[in-house]
Design a binder for this molecule. Structure first.
Ligand code: DGP
Length: 126
């Protein structure tokens, strides 16, 4: 079965300017903004502008230009937020939830960049 993109999802509405966001970075193919329900002092979402549902969808079907832009955008956001451990930042975690087991709420690919507190182990049950 192919990927089916719902263009009424909340991030599609943000991309169309129908609802506002706290913008962190915009590039040709990507947008970064603060999560509305932050789970860490720093909690930013990075999304591609294209209609991709999950990370695997994007990784398999996006153009090289989109993939390069998105990957660079994640790096630029980390730089902008000052979280890079290599340059004195306190570190961060990048997460992308997909589907049911991944507990994905919004069906438009996004990576969470979280930082600013000790984030604990990678996965907790429940
Ligand atoms: P998930 O799909 O489970 O990876 O998480 C979706 C995230 O999106 C969740 O942390 C809350 C955030 N979110 C949901 N609606 C909005 C919104 O309207 N604006 C912003 N900035 N974030 C949102």
């Amino acid at each position: 079965m192919g990927y089916r993109y719902d263009d009424q999802n909340i991030f599609a509405k943000i991309l169309r300017g129908e609802i506002p966001c706290d913008n962190v970075l915009e590039t040709e193919h990507s947008l970064a903004f603060r999560d509305i329900r932050p789970q860490a002092p720093v909690h930013v979402l990075v999304i591609p502008k294209g209609p991709y549902v999950t990370y695997d969808h994007f990784a398999l079907e996006a153009s090289d230009a989109e993939i390069a832009d998105f990957t660079r955008a994640v790096g630029q956001v980390c730089q902008q937020l000052g979280v890079q451990p290599g340059t004195g930042g306190s570190g961060y975690r990048v997460i992308s939830n997909a589907g049911g087991d991944g507990v994905q709420e919004v069906p438009h690919l996004h990576v969470h960049i979280m930082s600013g507190r000790m984030l604990g182990r990678m996965v907790s049950a429940g």
